[in-house]
Design a protein around this ligand. Structure first.
Ligand SMILES: [Zn+2]
Length: 119
């Protein structure tokens, strides 16, 4: 079966899709963090007011199947970045999951994604 050529492979279009469609969608949904279940701060914005520090409770759009993993599974870019493979996360939880994944990969362990609810 020939693979359909997708516009999603153009990095610029992918970025536009990501920023305009995916991020806007989750901003409108105002759901809780998919990783820890706590509310996301949709009102403050990405940076803490008056600082250049990222607001740890701001929205970060995360992948359900991580980019690395999806690529190894042979997913086309358009599918990796499709809305259906994204979820709302805290900036803080998103960073943590990326780190945990990289760590697990290095150790080649079956390390579970640890999500804590008591913080
Ligand atoms: Zn969270």
């Amino acid at each position: 079966m020939p693979r359909r050529r997708s516009k999603g492979t153009d990095p610029l279009l992918t970025t536009m899709h990501w920023r305009v469609t995916v991020r806007r969608y989750w901003l409108a949904q105002r759901q809780a963090c998919a990783r820890c279940g706590a509310a996301i701060d949709y009102d403050t914005g990405r940076y803490l007011p008056g600082t250049r520090k990222v607001n740890p409770r701001s929205l970060a759009v995360g992948h359900i199947v991580g980019r690395d993993q999806a690529k190894r599974l042979g997913w086309p870019d358009a599918e990796i970045n499709a809305l259906s493979n994204t979820q709302p996360e805290h900036a803080r939880c998103s960073d943590r999951s990326g780190a945990a994944y990289g760590h697990a990969k290095r150790r080649r362990a079956r390390a579970p994604l640890r999500t804590s609810r008591n913080w």
